[in-house]
Design a protein around this ligand. Sequence first.
Ligand code: 5RP
Length: 233
Amino acid sequence: MTALNPDDAKRLAAARALDLVTPGMRLGLGTGTTAAHFVELLGLRVAQGLQVICVPTSERTRTQAQLFSIPLSTIEATPELDLTVDGADEFDPQLRLIKGGGGAHLREKIVAMASRRMVVITDSSKAVVTLGKFPLPVEVNVFGLEVTRRMILAAAKASGCDGEIRLRKTPSGHPFVSDNGHFIVDCFLGSIPDPNQLAARLVAIPGVVEHGLFIGIAKAVISAGPDGVEIFG
Ligand code: 5RP
């Protein structure tokens, strides 16, 4: 038997999530390579006549969905959604997530929380016992960047984490700017022993626009790997 490579696993998880879509649904479309598989598979179903209306979580996803002629709306026009399908950078046994590897976690969180159900699709490498090996993205206001960075570091230390906070840069060395016009800092913490406590401290920092911890938001995780598909939640 051929081993499932991570990209095949992502597509398999996306295909499973497509089974949850029924005609007339209002969908949130996530961002990233796994979500892109879902958008492509959904596009094929739309071409066959499936009727849905979708809110993308990034300009990248909007462009991809338009290529597939998927009917789109905005979160302003469609503030209540039935289902959001999105990827994640890490998930733990309590279905707490780290998201934002693609810098889209602000819109992803708003869209997920506007949805009756958020389902995460991943390859099995994203499963962890303790969150934090993947650097935690935090979207921050451009004004006061250094002050905010120091406050994030203090919040991390007070929550039992240690590490470094780095401004995300593009390959050409410029600061990465989110779809919302903000910077992203990545918190290299190694391990987050108490994600709930860290999340509470981060939201209290004025320059923090949104952090990539998703707690109590995902209702299920569809994870595909060499042993097949596992559904958590
Ligand atoms: C983007 C995200 C993505 O869902 C996350 O980074 C996972 O990406 P991929 O599916 O490419 O592994 O949160 O902001």
